[in-house]
Design a protein around this ligand. Sequence first.
Ligand code: ATP
Ligand code: MG
Length: 598
Amino acid sequence: MRLSQMLFVTLRENPAEAEIPSHQLLLRAGYIRRIGSGIYAYLPLMWRVLQKVSQIVREEMNATGAQECLLPQIQPAELWRESGRWDTYTKAEGIMFALTDRQERELGLGPTHEEVITTIAKEMIRSYRQLPLNLYQIQTKFRDEIRPRFGLMRGREFIMKDGYSFHTDEASLKQTYQDMYQAYNNILNRCGLAFRPVEADSGAIGGSGSQEFMILADAGEDEVLYTEDGKYSANVEKAVSLPPDTEPSTFTSYEQLETPKTPTIESVCQLLKCSPTQVVKNVLYQAIYDNGITVLVLLIIRGDQDVNEVKLQNELVRLAEQYNAKNLLALTVPDAEAQGKWAAKPLPLGYMAPDLADDYIKSAPDVAPKFLRLVDQTAVELKNFVTGSNESNYHVVGANWGEQFQLPKLVVDVRKVKAGDRATHDPSQILQTARGIEAGHIFQLGTKYSQAMGATCTNEQGEEIPLYMGCYGVGVSRVAQAAVEQSHDKDGIIWPVAIAPYHVIVVVPNVGDKQQMEVAEKLYSDLNQAGIETLLDDRNERAGVKFKDADLIGIPYRIVTGRSLKNGKVEVVERATKNSQELLVEEVVSTLKQWIFE
Ligand code: ATP
Ligand code: MG
């Protein structure tokens, strides 16, 4: 391609809308344009990158025996009602764009395709002989993200490879899951990315697990915890560890003390000269279930620990049945306004005790009359602890479970793991932290969707069984941008060769110079003929401008038909290192072939 004929516009300044380097660079280098919030046009250079990433994904998926298909993006609401996700996706989470057609039928724009694929499986799979089956597609997905940001990283329209597998049993599912694990490693390796597979939260579905593939980058939205021995890595949402040891209590007898202006753990510990590990902290949450019932949760946890809200959410989903609900719609720390809706009197905030009385809750039809009391493991073993007294500006010290306070029956693990904690597999290993961009997620779904939607088959014994299912997603457009986040410098993008839009850019410093143009034209045509994807910068611009642009768009090799021509040579610069060397014109094609393809 000739730059003179391309839609090629680069920007000198960082666009105000972009916060992170990869977003800034893709805008500045003319790869993408913002059309609306979370909605981007992929311009020709970007489209080439996306196609390369897609092709790598496709090759690795095909190598496992998976088959490509293409499913509809417009999905009937009935399918989502069958699986029970319509209301959660359109109303509660609101992540799905929903519309009504001219016949008044409700439809959604596909954020994911479990419903569609399970319907197909239900209709087409009759017998175990047709299994296992693994189908995938590469397609634009739609999600009405609350906070679209960072360009393609979190768009409302983005490209995903999603795959779904069906099995007669868990063993077969596990086999395909392993194949997908390997395929995802291959994909990210081939894209030239530094990444880490981590254990991931599978929500309350349970199943035997899920893993995320994290591309390591400081701008990543996810926190990853891992050990140096390589034996453990997990998303912080899922991570487990041993909490730091408790310091022995300095109090020996139970009493109530005046502790003015100490609503925080830090302030009360300072006043009482005690360790936060001796404090029982009582945190109030408000859960709203899908049947409209509000449940007030009093969570008890050791003072030095924070709550992992994802783990707490999973616990609350598991308890949904107890409140005649199926799912949790929202979990928040209730602010004053929210408290106003259910509190019968002002709460002793900052001074609450584990026995906060249920009469703080107004009697109302849509509010559970009692606190749901949960205790985190870290608080169970505490002796002679410090906690609130349900009276502002007073705490109690030297308290014990079974004496002044009753230990709640529901013991949970909802503490947030922190860097520096000891690992459970080997307490001498200390957890380290890193930031990551979630590139892919593989998931053993089990029978959740097949049971909800009635997708069954007959097994060898002739019995009707629900299909086991796995699902596997990789964000093609997110991966492409993450590559830039991981690989750039002050001058621009440095594409890994495997996904660069072009391999080489031939820059003519002076298009008025006949010899420069002739050699450039010949190289341009020879390189392309040899399968080396080449751009020709034949614009009538200053050499300096062209060099800057070449650096900005990040093409791996730049060839300059400049001064060295008098010796029959051209300058070849490697973008990543800026190393430059002169090559004889006739050796250019063979040398670059080696560099690029070997
Ligand atoms: P996240 O937690 O980042 O929202 P997710 O758990 O919703 O991701 P999945 O539903 O597992 O993601 O989708 C599979 C993959 O699609 C993700 O691993 C990610 O690479 C990509 N992806 C998800 N949401 C977006 C988005 N809004 N923009 C771009 N890529 C996305
Ligand atoms: Mg998401």
